[in-house]
Write a protein that binds this ligand. Structure first.
Ligand code: FUB
Length: 453
């Protein structure tokens, strides 16, 4: 179970990092969507929007209900700190404070200040994009009295070129992506608003643009509903105002969440792709959660397609509760699979089910890669497991392969309730290894997490 993956810090109070896990979704305990990731002061900051279940009195029972924004930060991609609410619909002078319309935002740094751009409904119901300004990425942010003149629409992205010139791109009314240069004050337009010139081959809704630069090329990427749901496609060009040439899809459409929304960032020499999916919401797709994957460029600057994973990014300490259901690889799906924990809590997470049917003779296994065993002596291996009476057996941990070195062998006495069962570590590992968890004997076991101490 992924309880308490992050700690929420009351706004502007000292931040405390709570150990979390380097898996997808990144944030537990609250819904989060539309992640905009940036590196400021040596840390990754993610500015997502914030989905909530429709509150009483909402005018939009079945759609998005988005009351405010939080910002999250991490230095290592597994400890995420929630710095609390940075902008609230009730506290922005121009926003209809009961509209729950705070959709995808973005943030960037210029002239010693952080500028946070966000869309919302004005009091007359029309969409506008406003700015809130702060001295630090975590705030406090002070919203401007009025939205940016001449900018009507949603999903702002603020790109700052190497020469310091800021550009704002967004989805304008009429399903069209537009771009304009901003003045040095970051608060007003400094050019005409122009339609982004890209040659994406077919029609279909386009929104959520993101712009970044690498090796002198400008990348312009956005969610595009080519078929049933949104994929993320990208274009490349030689100027932030376009034209851009369509290059393909970074992430294909998925089946159960209609929207996707992304950002791309380089951190400590590695490129990352942030996006969202409705992992913690079974019933519908308007309560979403942010995720991240590694992003790789080809020699010619094009981007390798990304397939969403449970495992996500980052290295997990062996001393964490390792959520093996966020696996990197899995054995025969007839014998090992992942199930959602059925509880009242939407963030209760998942468990792995090991099931030996018909005297299956091959290994039943799941792999969780990138586990850091560190340099210290870890003597005990623990599994949080449920096995029904009559279902006793063994769980084993192996290093780097299903039949790799045996790290621990844990006999499980069935108990009809969840239990922590431990055994001595048989093989001391140092550094980062891929962990394989297997059930060499037994009939049916549910495993929630494993851990080393
Ligand atoms: O989160 C609300 C809207 O859904 C965003 O503004 C779009 O990009 C889509 O993700």
């Amino acid at each position: 179970m992924n309880l308490n993956k992050t700690v929420c810090i009351a706004a502007f109070v000292t931040s405390i990092a709570f150990p979390a896990f380097a898996e997808n979704p990144l944030i537990s305990g609250a819904f989060s969507a539309d992640p905009s990731a940036h590196v400021f002061n040596g840390k990754i900051y993610v500015f997502p929007s914030h989905d909530i279940p429709a509150p009483p009195g909402s005018r939009n029972k079945k759609g998005f209900n988005m009351p405010d924004y939080h910002v999250y930060s991490s230095e290592n991609l597994f400890d995420w700190t929630d710095h609390g609410v940075i902008v609230d619909q009730e506290k922005v002078p121009w926003v209809d404070g009961k509209s729950y319309s705070m959709w995808a935002p973005d943030c960037n740094y210029k002239n010693g200040k952080y500028y946070f751009y966000f869309p919302a409904h004005q009091k007359d119901g029309r969409n506008a994009i406003g700015v809130a300004v702060a001295d630090k990425p975590e705030g406090p942010y002070v919203p401007q009295e009025k939205p940016i003149p001449g900018v009507n629409g949603i999903d702002p992205c603020i790109f700052i070129d190497d020469d310091g010139t800021p550009y704002l791109t967004w989805q304008a009314q009429g399903n069209v992506l537009v771009v304009a240069r901003l003045k040095d004050n970051m608060l007003e337009l400094d050019s005409e608003v122009v339609t982004v010139n890209h040659n994406v081959p077919r029609n279909g809704l386009k929104e959520g643009p993101f712009m970044f630069k690498r090796n002198g090329k400008y990348y312009y990427s956005f969610p595009w509903c080519e078929r049933q749901t949104e994929c993320i496609c990208y274009c490349m060009g030689d100027s932030p105002m376009g034209p851009f040439e369509y290059k393909g899809k970074i992430m294909e459409q998925n089946t159960d969440c209609w929207t996707n929304h992304h950002s791309v960032v380089e951190y400590k020499g590695q490129w990352y792709f942030f996006y969202h999916h409705n992992d913690y919401c079974r019933e519908h797709d308007v309560n979403r959660s942010i995720c991240a994957e590694y992003l790789t460029f080809n020699e010619d600057g094009t981007i390798q397609p990304i397939v969403p994973t449970q495992r996500g990014v980052g290295i997990t300490p062996a001393t964490n509760r390792i959520q093996i259901d966020r696996y990197s690889a899995i054995g025969d799906p007839n014998h090992v699979w992942v199930e959602y924990n059925r509880t009242e809590d939407p963030f209760a997470g998942w468990k792995t089910v090991f099931r030996n049917k018909d005297n299956y003779r091959r290994p039943i296994w799941i792999e969780y890669d990138r586990v850091d065993f560190g340099e210290k002596y870890l003597s005990t291996a623990i599994v949080h497991v449920f096995a029904r009476v009559g279902g006793s057996g063994t769980i084993e941990f192996h290093a780097d392969a299903v039949d790799g070195e045996l790290i621990a062998k844990i006999p499980i006495m069935a108990k009809d309730e969840w239990q922590d069962v431990s055994a001595a570590v048989l093989k001391q590992l140092k550094g980062v290894h891929n962990l394989f968890v297997t059930m060499p004997d037994g009939v049916l076991m549910h495993v929630d997490w494993v851990q080393f101490k």
